[in-house]
Design a protein around this ligand. Sequence first.
Ligand SMILES: O=C(O)[C@]1(O)C[C@H](CCCOc2ccccc2)[C@@H](O)[C@H](O)C1
Length: 144
Amino acid sequence: MRILVLNGPNLDILGRRDPAQYGTVTLADLEAIVRAEAAEHGHEVDFRQTNREGELVDWLHEALDDHDAVVINPAAYAHTSVALHDAVEALSVPVVEVHLSNTWKREPFRHVDHVATAATAVIAGAGADGYRLAVAHVAALLRG
Ligand SMILES: O=C(O)[C@]1(O)C[C@H](CCCOc2ccccc2)[C@@H](O)[C@H](O)C1
């Protein structure tokens, strides 16, 4: 099965700034974690990052036909984007949202999550392990 893993804005500079909030993990580290967990379950991974909201929407549309599940860290667009909500809602495959941090313990503006209201499941606050857990959960869902 093919799992699409999408990462939103500023995750490309993860590990280069703000270690207090997100630790020293890099996007490359997250990709390695995801690929290793997916391989444990015999699944392929398509791992992507963009700072552009519309590109995330376009990539979610690809999952209508080309992928069996989606893991997405929408980053700050989770808190603002109805477009991402609608794109996730349009999918019939499982969509698991991940946030490295526990957004519910942070600033009030991060307590709005338009993706969570359309996603199958949400994992927040587990750091890099949240990405591994998301892939493990997707694998369990795909097993039925
Ligand atoms: O906890 C998460 O995974 C977040 O999605 C990370 C986003 C931020 C992505 C990384 O942004 C950086 C900013 C400066 C330095 C390093 C990363 C944040 O806007 C969300 O509220 C929660």
